[in-house]
Design a protein around this ligand. Structure first.
Ligand code: OGA
Ligand code: NI
Length: 387
């Protein structure tokens, strides 16, 4: 990819914008960040309140006896059906009444925005390096084009273990550790609280998705129980003077199990509908966006596809989002679930999740090696977008 048009080259130079941000014309956004007018169906919204029956307010009536349990199992069946339909038709859905405190979300947002507002020099103290994949980063590439965003990554367990590439037969594990900024002083505590509460919701969703495939609710839990590779990303998309040329995140699929994402009220997340149309997901303060990643595509042998999505940026407002990438233990071997094959042949060969994560990061060097000449900042250690 290169920018050849001399007018555009000049425009970028005047604005001091790295041409690495510019997408090939066919991948540029087609709609504005807050345009939700696409005709036809929108991403479904699913109400999870029935999962919280045990948390009823005092005084609220709980139905007892056989009739009550028959009713609640019908309600549960309906919920499972909605989840299955959304996974099959969209790969995406929103959930409401998810049981997570929105005031905690406010705290996460305030702390994160205060962090991103710090001078680059300060943020760079917790910068992700080749040796440590966690922390702050502002030069991520998706599909070899630079994303218009800054991120901060951390894991739920404080560490992320991955097999060392080309370690031969010896099983060698590299351990990455969370790195926390000193400033804001409450940042770490709030982020840790957030990750714990979203993890609970992610397990509930894992159960619903398993059931929707006709499996026991805890079928996939085993891949998360010993350890996991869950991680949380704080995404900050600054205002952009050329929103028609670039994206906050280029089109991509999430590689892991499932993603639980919260977004602020700005808008910009687009999902590829089955007919190829890009559909904006309208922000709803109390709704979380859920999508299944590549692992469910493999486990379900293509019944649930991992769907492309991207983020449109804008000139007026910075945007904030927090995806929780719910990913299994690095030791997980992934293959279609035998009970789900029926008469069909498996479409995927077994692979190891940890090795996949580890090798995926290398592919991003290409564009940088090719692009000689002017450098905008040190980007010699660019990693691939993991999720
Ligand atoms: C991601 C992603 C979407 C968003 O980080 O993988 O798809 O709305 N983010 O920020
Ligand atoms: Ni994504």
């Amino acid at each position: 990819m290169g920018v050849e048009d001399p007018v555009l080259v000049q425009q970028l130079a005047n604005l001091q914008i790295d041409p690495n941000f510019v997408l090939p014309p066919e991948h540029r956004p087609t709609r504005k960040y807050n345009d939700y007018t696409a005709a036809g169906e929108q991403v479904p919204v699913i109400d999870l309140s029935s999962l919280r029956r045990s948390n009823k307010n005092p005084g609220e009536e709980e139905e007892e006896g056989e009739e009550g349990s028959r009713r609640s199992s019908l309600i549960h069946e309906k919920l499972v059906e909605q989840v299955g339909k959304a996974c099959e038709e969209w790969g995406f859905f929103q959930v409401i009444n998810h049981g997570i405190s929105l005031s905690l979300l406010d705290e996460v947002e305030t702390n994160a925005l205060n962090f991103f507002a710090l001078p680059l020099e300060e943020k760079s103290k917790v910068r992700r390096t080749f040796e440590n994949a966690l922390g702050y980063y502002d030069s991520e590439l998706t599909k070899n084009v630079r994303d218009w965003k800054e991120v901060f990554d951390f894991t739920t367990r404080g560490v992320l273990e991955l097999p060392v590439a080309s370690s031969g037969n010896e099983e060698q594990i590299h351990v990455y550790k969370n790195q926390w900024p000193e400033n804001p002083s409450t940042f770490r505590e709030v982020c840790e609280k957030w990750s714990k509460s979203v993890e609970g919701l992610a397990f509930e969703l894992l159960g619903l998705i398993a059931e929707s495939l006709g499996l026991p609710a805890t079928y996939f839990h085993k891949y998360w129980l010993r350890d996991d590779s869950n991680f949380i990303r704080l995404n900050y998309y600054p205002k952009c003077p050329v929103p028609n040329l670039t994206l906050g995140v280029s089109r991509h699929k999430d590689g892991g199990g499932l993603t639980v994402l919260v977004q602020d009220e700005v808008g910009g997340l687009e999902v590829r509908r089955k007919d190829g149309e890009w559909i904006g997901i309208k922000p709803q303060r109390d709704a979380f966006v859920i999508n299944v990643g590549d692992l469910f595509q493999v486990w379900s042998n293509d019944k649930y596809k991992s769907v492309e999505h991207r983020v449109v940026v804008n000139e007026n407002k910075a945007r904030f989002s927090v995806p929780f990438f719910f990913n299994p233990s690095q030791s997980t071997d992934v293959a279609p679930v035998p009970q789900l094959l029926g008469e069909n042949l498996p479409l995927y060969r077994q692979y190891n999740w940890g090795e996949f994560l580890q090798t995926r990061k290398g592919s991003n060097f290409k564009n940088l090696v090719r692009r000689k000449g002017r450098t905008y900042q040190s980007r010699s250690r660019v990693r691939k977008d993991w999720p």
